[in-house]
Design a protein around this ligand. Structure first.
Ligand code: SF4
Ligand code: SF4
Length: 422
């Protein structure tokens, strides 16, 4: 059995909020909406009021709790380390328990817990793609031709892959005899919409000589269900993943998606038991590669100008890696790439505004947050915006498209793979 704390279990943490307001400067939602109930201090206060029965669980409470990116930026800078993102998730569980899931929550969790349904929908998406979507220029993806529930017509959507990543490889890709086995948790976005990121990971791991296990029975990490307050679906998905990875002997499970890193890493550790055993093995692939000497190997590669010119690359920090302290590793790898000039952008550490389902419920706010990110990208004059999270990549593509910018978005792994010999 997993261990999902109730809102009541956060009393001690809630009491630690001294109302200092330091979280205001960190919260992208507050900076956009300028309403106290959207910042950590306000959310903690209304959670406390609900527990004390000073506030009913009404539509206003549900709206306020939905207006959170779960980015953890407030926790990062809170003097008393009040875990507002966890308090918000517990409040959403409380809402789901008392009122049931929202319609979108039901649809979303209904799909992610049924991998076969997900595959069918992806195939349907490919088949009906030309009717549903119009292509927008360059690397920016697709737009809906007409209104469809839950997805804004303004949102740039990545294309579904015609062949999911996991079906492209055997379960075991051999490596050097003296290198330990590494398992790969792909996550849904790499499997269905950004398989090229998974392809890049395979190429880089081959270059490093690590044998790679890609368990076919793995599924969604459960983070979308966690954000929706659906603990039953979280448990179901976590059980399937524990089983899928139980048979392999890998001591390390790498992720190439910051959100999956939080989902199958931090959150499984919090769930305890067998989930924590799996969660303890989880390492972000860029950290893994730096720890295993990839920076030095890249520095030994011949300098090759990128198609005759030096490629100017900047980096966006996904919140789910930044708040885990993984900020230096992606930059070290980018700086070591031959033919790449790394430039910092202003606001690299600011949330891109996706926040998973936040951008579905609050696309206008999400887009405003994204437009500030686009300002930083434009000022950097980079050719490429690199990141380490497919979710951020989707949002960055959307923001770049709306701002009319020329930048390409890439995962750090793709840029590394482009520099490696075939
Ligand atoms: S920074 Fe922390 S202690 Fe200060 S108001 Fe925000 S949540 Fe409360
Ligand atoms: S988790 Fe992020 S969006 Fe939510 S209150 Fe904290 S800073 Fe704001």
């Amino acid at each position: 059995m997993s261990n999902h704390k109730k809102l009541e279990d956060f009393r001690q943490e809630i009491d630690k909020c001294v109302k200092c307001g330091a979280c205001q400067a960190q919260c992208a939602v507050y900076k956009t909406l300028k309403r106290e109930s959207t910042v950590a201090r306000g959310k903690v206060a209304i959670a406390e009021a609900l527990l004390d029965k000073d506030l009913p669980l009404n539509d206003r409470f549900v709206l306020d709790m939905s207006q959170c990116l779960l980015c953890g930026s407030c926790y990062d800078k809170c003097p008393n380390l009040v875990p507002t993102d966890e308090i918000v998730m517990a409040a959403r569980r409380e809402i789901a328990e008392r009122q049931g899931l929202t319609t979108f929550g039901k649809v979303l969790t209904g799909v992610i817990k049924r991998p076969k349904l997900m595959e069918t929908l992806v195939k349907g998406g490919q088949f009906f793609g030309p009717f549903l979507f119009k292509k927008i220029p360059d690397h920016s993806g697709l737009r809906l031709r007409f209104p469809v529930p839950f997805i804004s017509q303004d949102r740039a959507i990545p294309e579904f892959s015609d062949q999911p990543f996991r079906s492209r490889y055997p379960e075991l890709i051999p490596g050097d005899d003296d290198k330990p086995l590494v398992a790969f948790f792909t996550g849904c976005m790499i499997n269905y919409t950004y398989p090229e990121v998974g392809e890049a990971l395979v190429k880089v791991m081959r270059f490093m000589g690590f044998p790679l296990q890609i368990p076919q029975a793995q599924g969604c990490c459960g983070l979308p269900a966690l954000a929706a307050g659906d603990e039953e679906t979280v448990d179901l998905l976590a059980d399937a993943n524990v089983d899928a990875f139980a048979a392999d002997k890998a001591e390390v499970v790498v992720t190439a998606c910051a959100s999956c890193h939080a989902g199958i890493g931090k959150h499984y550790r919090d769930m305890g038991g067998d989930y924590a055993v799996l969660g303890d093995k989880v390492v972000d692939v860029l950290k893994f590669l730096v720890d295993n000497g990839l920076v030095e190997k890249l520095q030994q590669l011949n300098h090759k100008d990128y198609k005759g010119e030096t490629l100017r690359v900047t980096y966006h920090d996904p919140c789910h890696l930044r708040t885990q302290g993984i900020t230096a590793e992606p930059r070290a790898l980018l700086r070591a790439l031959p033919g790449v000039e790394f430039v910092e952008m202003e606001g690299a550490d600011r949330c891109c505004g996706l926040g998973g389902t936040f951008s579905v419920y609050h696309y206008d706010t999400s887009r405003k947050i994204g437009s500030r990110k686009a300002d930083g990208i434009a000022a950097s004059q980079a050719d490429v915006v690199a990141s380490a999270c497919p979710g951020c990549m989707m949002q960055l593509q959307d923001s770049i498209q709306h701002a009319g910018l020329p930048q390409r978005v890439s995962h750090v792994l793709q840029l590394i793979a482009e520099c490696l010999p075939e």
